[in-house]
Structures are given as C-alpha cells and as structure tokens.
Design a protein around this ligand. Structure first.
Ligand code: C2E
Ligand code: MG
Ligand code: MG
Ligand code: MG
Length: 277
C-alpha cells in the first residue's frame, strides 16, 4: 500500500486513492458528522459449520450509511478512520449496535452463535476500551461467551508486549480472541505462543487459489496443521465455491465464512434467516 510507504509518495493522494487533499478534508469532516450521528449500519456474515450447516457465529461488518451516496464499504473509509483515530469511535458504535442486536436475538430465542467484532490496533491501545467493553456487557447482560474479538497480526505487532497484556485481560473476561487474515501479516511463532488465542481465520488470499493452486494448497494445509498443534479453532474466510468448501472440510477446517454460504447482510435479512432455521 502506498500509505505504508509514507506520505511523500504522491501516489497516495493521486492515482492510488483518486482523492485530492481537498476531498480528503471533506471526507474527514463528513466522517466526523457520521460518528456524531452514528450513521453506521452493521451487516452480518454467517460462519457456518459445513458438516451440519449450523450457524456457529457471525461477523459484524460496518457500513457507512451516507446521506448522499448511500452505503459505503469499509475499504473506502477505514484507512482514513485508522489514520485519524476516528476508528476508535466507529468500533465502539459497531460494538454497541451489534451487541444490542445479539442480545435481542438471544432474547427472541434465536441462535446467532458467537458475535465476532473487528478490533483496530488503536482500540487495543485505547486504555478505556476494556472498561467500556465490560460495562457494555454488564448493562446489556451480554454473556462474554457470545463474543469473539478479531485482531490482525500486523495490529498486534505494532506493539506486541502491550497487545499481549490487553488481550490477556480481555480473554480473562471470558471473551474469545481470533487472529484475522492469518498468514498475511508478520508475526513470529514465539508471539503466537504467548498470545491468549482461541482461533485463526485463514485469509481469503489463500482460499482464492483453491483447490488447484499448489502454493495455496500448501499454505492452507500448513495453517490448519499449525492450528492443530496450537490447539486453536479455525475459520476459512472468503470461501466462494463448493470446491473450496470441500477442500477445507477434507483438510480439517469445518467452519466457513464466505459468499458460498452468504454475503454480509443487514440485520433484518439476518433476522429472517435466523427465524427460518
Ligand atoms: P475482514 O475483517 O477480514 O472481513 C472479511 C471481509 O471479506 C469482508 O469485507 C467480507 O465482506 C469479505 N468477504 C467475506 N467472504 C467473502 C467472499 O467469499 N468473497 C469476497 N470477495 N469477499 C468476502 P468488508 O465487509 O468489505 O470489510 C473489509 C474489512 O474492513 C474487514 O476485513 C475489516 O478489516 C474491516 N472492517 C469491517 N468492519 C469493521 C469494524 O467494525 N471495525 C474495524 N476496525 N474494521 C472493520
Ligand atoms: Mg474480520
Ligand atoms: Mg479477514
Ligand atoms: Mg482485513
């Protein structure tokens, strides 16, 4: 990414993001307003046990509900939100909305499984986060066993010692920790051993080439073997075809998240889906 190569790289503002400095200021301003007004929707993508087709959980994925342009995908505003620190507020809005929704579904007798939330590195660094998290759980009477927090290797590696401490505290509350986009970041096995981990999410990048690409086959199998050794649960992300689902099941990864089963959908559609099963 041009962003990572520093701001001196003019591509960051021109071709890469087709965005002028002026447009950026405008966007930053409207994102601030969106945060004040909580103009975000939470979409849900189911995580399915491909052996028995049961919903084991779902990932909450934020969408910006923009008054003029409509639904905006995270790829178009998360980088700016990360850079400005606004991601902290966005993550907390998503957390509150999704936890409230899950509590409602559980009260209705539905079975959404575990709620999986994405956590930015900024949030891990936020010293208020753990208190906000436990307060929210208490207020909503939200069972910590319903929650998984997803972090990426690169987010952890920005400040590994601090991340390990924070994630241990979160884990001690009874909340599960998953590594998102596993295999795409840079983390050492030594850190993996130190982290209070419960789950690895195999990145879509390695699923894409399955079941034919030799390299993707080898990498997927290696990640599955690593999870077994470290006694971690697995999810394969970005599974789009029956062949990919079958590859995963045959190689020991039962839980699938991907378009093969469902795209991320809004809460009304998800509720209909849950009522139908
Ligand atoms: P992620 O956490 O790795 O989420 C998975 C992304 O892959 C989602 O994109 C999902 O729609 C997409 N996906 C899942 N299955 C398939 C598939 O079969 N094919 C294809 N082509 N794509 C698939 P989405 O919703 O656009 O989110 C992109 C990223 O934005 C997320 O990647 C996550 O890093 C970030 N994000 C989303 N919501 C939040 C949030 O509330 N907080 C934070 N901090 N980040 C978020
Ligand atoms: Mg994720
Ligand atoms: Mg991912
Ligand atoms: Mg990602």
């Amino acid at each position: 990414k041009a962003k990572d190569e520093g701001r001196n790289n003019y591509q960051y503002y021109s071709s890469e993001m087709t965005e002028s400095a002026f447009e950026r200021v405008i966007m930053e301003q409207s994102l601030r307003v969106a945060i004040q007004q909580e103009n975000f929707l939470v979409y849900y993508q189911p995580q399915i046990d491909s052996e028995n087709k049961k919903v084991v959980g779902m990932e909450a994925l934020v969408r910006w509900e923009h008054p003029d342009v409509g639904i905006v995908s995270p790829a178009n505003f998360i980088p700016l939100a990360e850079e400005t620190g606004m991601i902290i507020h966005i993550d907390l809005i998503v957390l509150k909305k999704a936890m409230t929704q899950f509590k409602e579904w559980y009260q209705q007798g539905l079975t959404p499984g575990k709620l999986s939330l994405n956590l930015s590195a900024k949030q891990i660094e936020n010293n208020n986060f753990i208190e906000i998290l436990s307060d929210t759980m208490q207020t909503l009477e939200f069972d910590p066993a319903w929650l998984t927090l997803e972090v990426t290797e690169s987010q952890i590696m920005k400040n590994p010692e601090d991340s390990i401490e924070k994630l241990k505290e979160i884990n001690a509350l009874g909340i599960e920790i998953a590594i998102d986009d596993f295999g795409t970041g840079y983390s050492s096995l030594a850190y993996l051993k130190k982290l209070p981990l419960n789950k690895l999410k195999i990145d879509k990048a390695f699923v894409d080439g399955l079941p034919h690409d030799e390299e993707d086959i080898a990498i997927s199998r290696a990640i599955i073997a690593l999870a077994k050794i470290l006694n971690l649960d697995l999810i394969a992300e970005g599974v789009e075809t029956k062949e990919q689902q079958e590859f995963m099941l045959e190689n020991g990864c039962k839980v699938i998240q991907g378009y093969y089963y469902s795209k991320p959908i809004d809460s009304n559609s998800m509720e209909k889906f849950l009522l139908a099963i």
